[in-house]
Design a protein around this ligand. Structure first.
Ligand SMILES: Cc1ncc(COP(=O)(O)O)c(C=O)c1O
Length: 351
């Protein structure tokens, strides 16, 4: 059978998404989703959908949606590409910008999908290890065709200063894709760099700050020639009609997105303080999740004990650099109080 499957596909293990439990009563803090409702305009647009529209193909170039995104970022429609989640945008960037003999760079740890996408395309991976404080120092003479720079980074939750990202981009010969999946939760973002530099793209998603992981909509902004290359190679109808409509009204309602982000940022501060008081080392999060090291506790045991108490968080246990940490998505305040109670219970040795 194996001779029917490409060798590179046989050799790879595939991406393992966070668990999506089916049972009720789980406090789900494992996949960085947003616990709040999306814009009420989403409900309205769904109730207004004329189902006869579903028998037609959607707009292949998503013009109305791209106009709204262009308006939001102060650029032209030609500077915007939209995809089926930012995951699709990332995959297309490798296909569009990396030759067979080319290479893809990214930091480790960062978003664990990058190496998988690179393996799928069967091109060289050029990861750069972050230091123990999760900062970076580029190796001398480092080069790659495309670099995925996650900012703020996941799973570490830390933001790299724009100045540092800018100087990295200035010295880099390939395409730099700044993956800003979490930028709405951060004090700073690098969208300007995409508008000012021909080789820089910035990717965003509606999965986190807009509470719309289920519709699968991501986009990137940048030079019109790079954006044009992505349009050439995408599936003809890569973003479905309902997603285009929902995303358009959700982006127009910036107030709801900002209010939800504000609630998450406030809860993030509170949980950071409580966990610090409980003796955890907590990174200074600029995202909708925390990256924490529970000092004096075995992380796999803590993960399992929380799971028994119906609290689901994320542990990347297969990697030396991440195995001593837990990633905890910020849920609603009541969810986070349940989480904190459960942690205290574990610390006190309750069963
Ligand atoms: C850094 C980063 N980029 C991209 C994504 C994927 O976003 P989307 O849901 O738009 O595919 C995630 C999802 O967790 C992420 O953490």
């Amino acid at each position: 059978m194996n001779n029917l499957i490409r060798k590179s596909v046989q050799a790879m293990s595939g991406y393992v998404p966070g668990e999506q439990p089916k049972e009720d009563g789980i406090v789900k803090l494992n996949t960085n989703e947003n616990p709040y409702l999306p814009s009420a305009d989403v409900q309205d647009i769904l109730s207004m959908v004329d189902i006869s529209a579903l028998s037609r193909y959607p707009d292949p170039v998503c013009l109305e949606l791209r106009k709204v995104i262009a308006e939001l970022h102060g650029c032209a429609v030609e500077n915007v590409f939209v995809g089926n989640g930012s995951d699709e945008v990332l995959a297309l960037c490798i296909r569009a910008f990396v030759e067979r003999e080319g290479s893809v760079g990214y930091f480790e740890p960062s978003y664990s999908l990058y190496p998988i996408l690179t393996e799928i395309e069967d091109v060289e991976k050029k990861p750069v290890e972050l230091d123990t404080g999760f900062g970076w120092q580029m190796p001398e003479d480092y080069a790659a065709s495309l670099f995925f720079l996650t900012n703020p980074n996941a799973p570490t939750s830390l933001n790299y200063f724009k100045k540092k990202v800018e100087s990295f981009a200035n010295g880099f010969g390939g395409v730099v894709l700044i993956d800003e999946a979490y930028a709405d939760f951060s004090d700073e973002n690098c969208m300007d760099l995409a508008l000012e530099n021909d080789h820089v793209l910035v990717a965003r998603t509606l999965s986190k700050s807009y509470s719309l992981a289920g519709i699968r909509l991501g986009y990137c902004v940048g030079n019109s020639e790079l954006i044009g290359a992505l349009h050439k190679i995408k599936d003809s109808y890569n973003v479905n009609y309902l997603t285009q409509e929902i995303a358009r009204v959700a982006i127009l309602d910036q107030d709801t997105m900002k209010a939800n982000v504000q609630a998450i940022v406030e809860t993030r501060k509170l949980v950071t303080e409580k966990l610090t008081d409980l003796g955890f080392s907590v990174c200074n999060s600029q995202t909708n999740f925390l990256w924490v090291k529970p000092l004096g506790l075995r992380v796999p045991a803590l993960f399992e004990q929380l799971r028994k108490k119906n609290i689901l968080v994320r542990h990347f246990g297969n990697d030396e650099r991440t195995k001593d940490y837990l990633r905890i998505t910020i849920g609603t305040a009541p969810e986070m109080f349940k989480f904190l109670d459960a942690v205290e219970g574990v610390l006190n040795g309750d069963e």
